[in-house]
Design a protein around this ligand. Structure first.
Ligand SMILES: [Zn+2]
Length: 149
């Protein structure tokens, strides 16, 4: 079977069989190669999963939207981890983090993403940090524009 030419989830064009997962791995590789790039690791992971919402459970996708907004508002990852821990410790989290075939995240309305993992990788390692920040911002704007927030 041929590999599809575009991602069924985020819509990015897949050239030469290169998938979004390959791009995600390239980003993680850059983060390992340049430890200072770890400053945007939380955004990279969140953005990649939110553009491929079937990887998340419905509850985690809803949580992800809040996290994206909070990160863009300047909440540091350490603060976010503390909040998540409080919630988990209080026993209120009764959902699964990852999506399954039967229960996974999906957007209520179609989203037209203006940036994808592909764009971050194409922009190159030198611009990685600013690209990931622009990616996160563009995603928030696309979710707002499509009425998914
Ligand atoms: Zn994709």
């Amino acid at each position: 079977m041929d590999t599809p030419r575009a991602c069924p989830e985020c819509g990015a064009a897949w050239q030469d069989g290169r998938t979004c997962q390959d791009d995600f791995h390239q980003m993680l590789f850059w983060e390992a190669e340049f430890p200072e790039y770890g400053i945007v690791h939380h955004l990279t992971v969140l953005c990649y999963h939110m553009q491929h919402p079937s990887l998340y459970s419905p509850e985690t996708l809803a949580e992800g939207k809040r996290m994206l907004a909070d990160f863009l508002a300047g909440t540091p990852p350490s603060e976010m981890r503390r909040r998540m821990r409080d919630r988990v410790d209080s026993g209120r989290r009764s959902w699964k983090v990852t999506g399954t075939e039967d229960a996974h995240g999906a957007y209520e309305r179609p989203v037209r993403w203006t940036m994808t993992a592909r764009d971050v990788v194409v922009a190159g390692a030198d611009r990685y940090v600013e690209s990931v920040r622009a990616w996160a911002r563009s995603m928030y704007d696309a979710l707002a524009a499509s009425g998914n927030l």
